[in-house]
Design a protein around this ligand. Sequence first.
Ligand code: IVH
Length: 709
Amino acid sequence: MSETADIATLTEDQARAELARLAEAIARANRAYHTEDAPEISDAAYDAMKRRNAAIEAAFPGLKRADSPSDQVGAPVSETFAKVTHAVRMLSLANAFDAADVRDFDDTVRRYLGLRDNDPVLRYTAEPKIDGLSLSLRYEAGRLVQAATRGDGETGENVTANARTIGDIPERIDGAPEVLEVRGEVYMSHADFEGLNARQAEAGAKTFANPRNAAAGSLRQLDAEITRARPLRFFAYAWGDVSEPLADTQSKALKRLKKMGFVVNPLTKACDGPEAMLAQYDRIEAQRATLGYDIDGVVYKVDDLELQRRLGVRSTTPRWAVAHKFPAELAWTRLEAIDIQVGRTGALSPVARLSPVTVGGVVVSNATLHNEDYIAGRDAEGQPIRDGKDIRVGDWVQVYRAGDVIPKVADVDLSQRPAEAAPFDFPTLCPDCGSQAVREEGDAVRRCTGGLICPAQAVEKLKHFVGRAAFDIEGLGAKQVEMFYRDDTLPIREPADIFTLAARDAGNVSKLQNRDGFGEKSVSNLFQAIDEKRKIPLNRLIFALGIRHVGESAAALLAAHYGAWDSFERAITAAEVGNGPEWDDLIAIDGVGAVMAASLVTAFRQAAERASIDRLVAELDVQPVAPRGDVSSPVAGKTVVFTGTLERMTRAEAKARAEALGAKVSGSVSTKTDLVVAGPGAGSKAKKAAELGVETIDEDAWLDLIGTA
Ligand code: IVH
């Protein structure tokens, strides 16, 4: 069957066979790309297969395979290496894209540490961001005992035998702590990459797309002798588990690693404050083309390791470091049309349909245009952007892509504007339901006011609801909910309808069974899959509700804070935006800001939305989530209130530390409070604590208690 055979003419058997063929071909392409680091087909061909697969699934929903490629991203960790659980997680880095982001990073760090404007500038290290793959090397008593790839950060692959073949990685080191995990990047130089590809081509073996793929493919060889023949190198830039501290600053730690025999990047430099960091960025960027290996940015790290410790980590990235990426890749193409998509929260998002163009190795045919101001050439404050040039259908536009970021239209070439091109008329009615689309004061986004009556919003909400991080119901994906939404006999118009589907389908002959693509077996599988998800953890449910600003991690924080649906529901229903104890309690959760809290509280107060939530919950068995007290620490599971001025840390830091230790931090004192930490100037809260007989201690006693005095 040809890849372009018209889907409308496929018989059911042909469609089944075609889905099987595509599942195989896509799995093979995934393996080649992710596991073997040797892409066999172009990104465009891969995308075309995924699209065709999705289109056939949409036409024949009942034929969707359990292993459907639509439900998969990438490839799992290769099964061929033993797994290694990292003693200390291998983190990734947050990104900065311009000087303003770098200054913001410094500001945020300073604020977190409670530094004032007239305090001296902070020292950071700046070093190239090597475009390879990270590796963790464990030394015990000075001997290399294990090498592991990053994997998902928690678990990597054991590649010890292969790492031993790399010249830059010492087998034995002197003067190291008893246990030392050295972390850094494995990479291949440009010259070695060219040479390897030439040899591969000559031998009729596969060649690599770029040095990074070549390095990854070479390190992850089952036969270490193959790795030995590959010219890999290693830069050390960090460490994991250590039995005693390496030094008191990042710079000194790197010097020590160098003395032990590791290669540390020579462009690493200590910089005092953001302006010095940016100057080093410019120097590194100027040398980029002549370094002889790929780098994709500059990494800044707070130099003082005690400050690093205080700053700590977010879920996957440290607060004390940031990667300043080199500018994104650009290309020019024709803007063919502007479509408006209506999202789950009613946002009208303009999407550029482009004449396909390759940007940094990826074929791009859609890009974001952000919002109506962006199209008109204005920023949020009404100031001109792109010198005030607006964007019109037919324009010759510049497309920009940075890393994984969604491509965007960045610029317009006015000299190529067709005479008939007219300014874009941004709709003020929802293109889907015709309701007014309005912009609230201060919001760059125009939103459909149709709420649940807007089919686009309802469908997007349902898609979100069945998404991976939400209910993740097998056999009920985005395509199926779209089909069910438009169904008249057995519709799913809101989440609760999913759980009443089986009851509504009851009867002598199931309505579903008579439908295209649904057999007896697939219907019963679907109902079973739905039933299995009635039992749902609270965090998933909160996320699944699709409330604006409440993402996956916020949902987890809310669930951990409230524990069970009843207490969550009671508290949010009682909360009033901007005041009262429930509101204070809500915004005292680390990671929950006023904007998110207001969105949540408002959603619960909208009658139609609230009724829809209640109908849903009536169908479910919501599983409570254990508070974050599993951590063993003297304050785990305790409710702590900070009040007054803290002198040795900021409020944000105190809260983050306490929560990391399993405590719940609250903004107000009540009978549920276990401990009040009162600094100078503590007022009504300390008084209330005394009245209620709640234990009250000062900041030093707190630090003693948590073991960091
Ligand atoms: S530090 C806790 N320094 O970039 C911070 N990472 O995007 C750990 N990388 O996974 C990383 N050069 O593979 C650091 N000089 C450098 C780096 C570097 C490349 C990689 C590393 C990391 C990724 C994060």
